[in-house]
Every structure is written in C-alpha cells, then in structure tokens.
Ligand binder design. Structure first.
Ligand code: AMP
Length: 327
C-alpha cells in the first residue's frame, strides 16, 4: 500500500471549507493508502512560541478530525511533537540545506514581512522540517494545497540530495496530491471569495443550528434576475454552489429552476440551505461533543497514533543513520 503523509495545522475549529476541501479527501484516502496524518504543533512554534494555546488547538483538531470520520484503526493520526525521530532527520536534512535556497522560499519571505521582529531559524528551516515529516515515513504522496507546492519541491530536492550525497537510492521523491484539483472550492456567503477562517465568513462544523441560520440568512444576494435563464452573479452563484455541496440534487434543481424562471425567493432558498447545512453538521457536532468530553479516549488515540508513527519513524531513522555512517 502506498504511503501518504499529511500535516494538519492546529488552527482551531474546522469549517465547511476545510471539510469539503481537505478532510473529506483524507477520509477517502484512509481506505486506499497507508495514511499518516499528523497535527503540526512544532511548526506552530515558528509563529507562536508559547504552546499553551497550541495544546488546546491540538485537542480541538484531533477531536474534530475523529468526529468527521478519520478512523484511528485505518489511519495513523498523531501529534508531531510525540515523534522525536523527526527532529533527528530534520537535523540531518538541515546539514545539507543551504541558506540561499531557504531564503528564496516564498512563504519564508512572506513570514519575514509579517513578523520582522521574529525571523527565527525555525521559519527559515520550515521546508526541512516539512521534508523530515514526509521522508520519515518514506511517503510517496502528500495531499497539499497549491500554496505548499514550493515546499514540496524542496522536499523532493532534499530527498534527491540525500541520495546523491550518500550515493544511495533510498528516499523516493514524494509527489504532491493537489487537493484543490480534486475537491470543491467552498465559497463564502459574503459575496465573493472562498470560505475561510481568516476571511471571517466561515460556517464551522461546530456551529449550532441558530448560528448556522444566522450566518446563512445574512448571505449577500441581489434583487433577483429579470431575464429568464440569466447568468448568476458571484454572490448568487456562491449560494447555489453551497447548496450543490450540502443539499439533495432535487433541492438544488428546484431553486435553480425558480431562478431561471425569475421567481426565486432568496429568503426561502436561504432557509432551506441553512436547514441542509445543519442536517449535515448536526451528527458531526454531536460526535465532536461526545469525543471532546472523553479525554481518556483522546489520550488513547494520540498514544496509539504516536506509537505507530514512532515505529515507522524509527525504522527510517535507523536506516538513515546507517547510510550516513552512524553505525
Ligand atoms: P486552513 O484552514 O486555511 O489552514 O486550510 C486547511 C486546508 O483546508 C487547505 O489546505 C485547503 O485544502 C482546505 N480549505 C480551506 N478553506 C477552503 C475552502 N473555502 N474551500 C476548499 N478548501 C478549503
């Protein structure tokens, strides 16, 4: 079975964009691949040096991934900082990573602009830590967003370089598995653009029915089409796209026909959409509540994940140490 590794940023609650853009693909992948999903808490230290909040976010993310359907019996889900073998590989990769190439990475340059008072070595060597996360399990596929492509190229370069320096054919170059090409882009309901936490327009899987209704009823619309079969302006298209994602096809078809006949009532459509979003979220929300109240289950899942990940990591590291010459 091919090995897949993916990192998850512990940035708080999951929204519909995360679910349909990433988590859903992970759930499918766990049946087809040997998956390692890790919560990237070390990476967070590059921007957030105090881990108190990270610990809470790690719990939230672990809970919500499990509630969505990541199955710890099928996939290995673990917390990055539980697998110290990664750090040793990070060190070896850093010995053959050069300042010039690290400084040229776009995400590094962006971070330098964003936090000029904290341009730390962790930020600079983010790509080597990411390469270590991937290569420690000898992954062949990595689900990533387009913004990670440059880091993936670095990971491939470091894998190749290791093979060349030590004259081995050890690491396979990991391929990117572009989530955005496979999954839908979930729009926001504020007129334009995608749904996102930082966009402030997210509907969270944890949101209760009332909150969902409030967010959907506020969606930007217009005064309605005046010509039959007109093209939909972006805010309206976004409403329909969301409906296509969460509602029954017959519901979508009904409102689409109303739109095409210029008889659409956006209030009715939004009410239906809110109901359908709630129907989608409600079972996940219940599982989130159950799981988050069960600390011993969460600890067990994290411990089993760590053990499985460490076993895989230790195997690679033993071979890497042998290749380098630490026998
Ligand atoms: P973020 O919450 O921004 O760290 O996003 C994590 C992952 O969720 C991204 O790499 C995307 O694959 C996915 N994602 C986030 N927002 C959306 C969206 N609006 N539509 C589709 N996918 C999304």
């Amino acid at each position: 079975m091919e090995i897949v590794v993916s990192g998850i940023r512990p940035t708080g609650n999951l929204h519909l964009g995360n679910y349909f853009g990433a988590v859903k693909s992970f759930i499918q992948m766990q049946d087809e691949y040997k998956c390692f999903f890790f919560i990237a808490d070390w990476h967070s230290l590059t921007t957030h040096p105090h881990p108190e909040n990270i610990r809470r976010s790690v719990k939230t993310i672990l809970t919500e991934y499990l509630a969505c359907g990541i199955d710890p019996e099928k996939a290995t889900i673990y917390v990055q900082s539980d697998v110290r073998e990664v750090v040793e590989l990070y060190l070896y990769l850093n010995m053959n990573a050069y300042l010039g190439e690290l400084e040229r990475v776009t995400s590094f340059k962006e971070k330098v602009r964003k936090q000029p008072d904290n341009v730390n070595a962790g930020l600079l060597t983010y790509p080597t830590l990411m390469a270590a996360d991937i290569l420690i399990h000898k992954a062949v596929k990595v689900p990533v967003g387009k913004d990670q492509e440059q880091n993936m190229e670095m990971a491939r370069k470091f894998a190749r370089r290791f093979n060349t320096i030590y004259n081995v054919d050890y690491f396979v170059e990991p391929a990117s598995f572009h989530l955005s090409e496979r999954a839908v882009k979930v729009p926001g309901l504020d007129g334009s653009g995608k749904m996102g936490k930082s966009e402030g327009n997210a509907i969270y899987l944890m949101d209760d029915e009332k909150t969902i209704r409030k967010k959907v009823m506020k969606a930007v619309t217009d005064s309605g089409p005046t010509e039959p079969d007109s093209a939909k302006p972006e805010p309206i298209q976004n409403l329909f796209t969301l409906m296509e994602i969460v509602s029954e096809p017959s519901t979508y078809d009904y409102f689409n026909a109303q739109y095409n006949a210029c008889s659409i009532r956006y209030g009715d459509m939004k009410k239906q959409l809110a109901e359908d979003i709630n129907a989608f979220c409600a079972p996940i929300r219940e599982r989130i509540m159950d799981i988050s109240a069960n600390d011993s289950y969460l600890e067990k899942v994290a411990a089993i994940g760590a053990e499985k990940a460490r076993e895989s990591a230790a195997r690679t590291l033993k071979e890497v140490r042998n290749i380098i010459g630490f026998k």
